[in-house]
Ligand binder design. Structure first.
Ligand SMILES: Nc1ncnc2c1ncn2[C@@H]1O[C@H](COP(=O)(O)OP(=O)(O)OP(=O)(O)O)[C@@H](O)[C@H]1O
Ligand SMILES: [Mg+2]
Length: 454
């Protein structure tokens, strides 16, 4: 993309309405525009990051054998009457009536609808299980206090997945499998998201974890053993069908004390050596949940067992806050100049800054680098505007591309251009050819991740 032809409405001033850094930077970098309280347009740069995040979520779900589908945003109220939640959900549910006076709602979540899809799909035998279906779709919750930009919106994008299993044991395997997929997903976005024991709500039970990114601006208070922050999932090869392997990961990542204020138990926390006790704040970027037959039983989602009887399936639901993740990543990765995108989600892989637009040698070197990066499968942003160098640098720093290529007549006289790392600020001179090779190798692990449906 050439910046002269892009739509990047950056703001010079700090917007007054933004209380936290991610909201401020997303507005300043021209990523989003608020249309109503908690409702945003995703401008081109923000939309690009949103799609990168979605893509990672899709890849990691499909790596585990989970199957994508797409359910609508509007749902008939009758489904929610069947589960009893239509009355329970309260003011957070946006209720709509169509011209035939039929009650609809803008889905805040999809347990009822997916259960309806399952029961109507002629899945009658245990042999058709296990099954996990998921989608990435807009949700609406009429939050009483939408704030912090996309962190707590009213309309927001969520990945929600639902597992269907014959037994509780199988459903807990699905739970563990989701935990593994989430660890990988967040790490690919450059985040450490710690699974913390959460509150099962009215259903109770131990089988729910929230994933929290540590950040001072987080809305949850968290208590944890500092040893947990040393854990990384890394590049492990996991057989997602192996109950033992998934269980082992769950144990490794959840055996240390890590809880939100909802489940915090001070007596247990005191057992953690004092030097390792941490009280901090976190942003919830996901949650996994096993809830058994809560929906399958009232809604009649059953299968035939090996002995010929019919039983309700065991289910769980598993959510990732896709749009909230943009805010969480920025909270975790920025400096006073702007955003610092991790390579896994950056909207453009590198920015090219032309220091002397109109100088034929400089222009042509930029054009060559731009074309060669694209030919190598990379997605560069070329600042080809007739602007001062300082303004170009400030713009690149604000939008946070991890690498900047600076091209000017002085360097070119020696056959060199400059490669600068956004995070460290360190620069290195090299030939245009080496730049392309270096960036290709930096991004090879990020680009090479296509997953084939299992
Ligand atoms: N209002 C919102 N705006 C943006 N993302 C949200 C919002 N509500 C929930 N999410 C994201 O969707 C994920 C799954 O939804 P879930 O039902 O667990 O939310 P929740 O526990 O009600 O969230 P919260 O406690 O933050 O209100 C959450 O972990 C969060 O990342
Ligand atoms: Mg939650």
């Amino acid at each position: 993309m050439r910046l002269s032809r892009y739509f990047l409405p950056v703001l010079k001033e700090d917007p007054k309405e933004a209380q936290i850094v991610s909201h401020r930077l997303m507005l300043r970098a021209g990523m989003i525009r608020q249309q109503a309280a908690g409702i945003y347009s995703w401008l081109p740069l923000g939309y690009k990051v949103l799609r990168r995040i979605e893509q990672i979520v899709h890849e990691e779900q499909q790596r585990a054998g989970h199957i994508p589908l797409l359910m609508p945003t509007l749902q008939p109220a009758d489904l929610w009457r069947e589960s009893g939640r239509y009355d329970d959900y309260g003011e957070e549910m946006l209720r709509i009536r169509d011209r035939h006076k039929r009650d609809l709602l803008y889905g805040p979540t999809n347990e009822e609808m997916i259960t309806d899809i399952f029961r109507s799909g002629n899945i009658s035998s245990y042999k058709d299980l296990p099954l996990t279906l998921y989608h990435i779709q807009w949700k609406f919750r009429d939050e009483i206090r939408p704030r912090f930009g996309v962190m707590r919106g009213r309309e927001f994008l969520m990945k929600d997945g639902y597992n269907f299993d014959l037994t509780k044991e199988d459903a807990l395997h699905a739970y563990n499998r989701h935990l593994v997929t989430y660890l990988r997903t967040y790490e690919r976005m450059g985040l450490q998201a710690i699974p913390m024991r959460a509150d099962g709500g009215p259903i109770g039970g131990d089988y729910t974890h929230e994933f929290l990114v540590l950040a001072d601006t987080g809305e949850s208070e968290v208590f944890y053993d500092s040893e947990i922050t040393d854990l990384t999932f890394g590049d492990r090869q996991i057989d997602y069908d192996s109950k033992d392997q998934c269980q082992a990961v769950l144990e490794e990542f959840t055996s240390r004390y890590a809880r939100t204020d909802e489940t915090h138990d001070d007596a247990l926390f005191q057992q953690v050596p004092e030097a390792r006790r941490r009280v901090a704040r976190g942003i919830e970027v996901g949650q996994i949940f096993y809830f058994g037959t809560k929906y399958s039983e009232p809604m009649g989602a059953t299968v035939v067992t090996p002995d010929g009887s019919r039983v309700p399936v065991h289910m769980g639901s598993h959510g990732i806050g896709v749009s909230r993740l943009l805010g969480a990543i920025i909270e975790a990765s920025h400096d006073d100049k702007g955003i610092i995108w991790p390579e896994g989600v950056t909207p453009f892989h590198a920015g090219i800054v032309n220091l002397k637009q109109g100088d034929s040698a400089t222009d042509s070197a930029c054009e060559t680098i731009y074309a060669e990066l694209r030919a190598a499968g990379l997605d560069p942003l070329y600042d080809d505007r007739d602007e001062r160098a300082g303004a170009k640098f400030a713009g690149m720093d604000l939008i946070g591309l991890p690498w900047r290529v600076t091209v000017g007549p002085r360097g070119l006289a020696n056959g060199k251009v400059e490669l600068t790392n956004r995070r460290s600020g360190e620069s290195e001179e090299m030939s245009p050819k080496d730049i392309v090779a270096r960036l290709s190798s930096i991004y090879a692990p990020v680009l090479n991740t296509a997953v084939i449906d299992k």
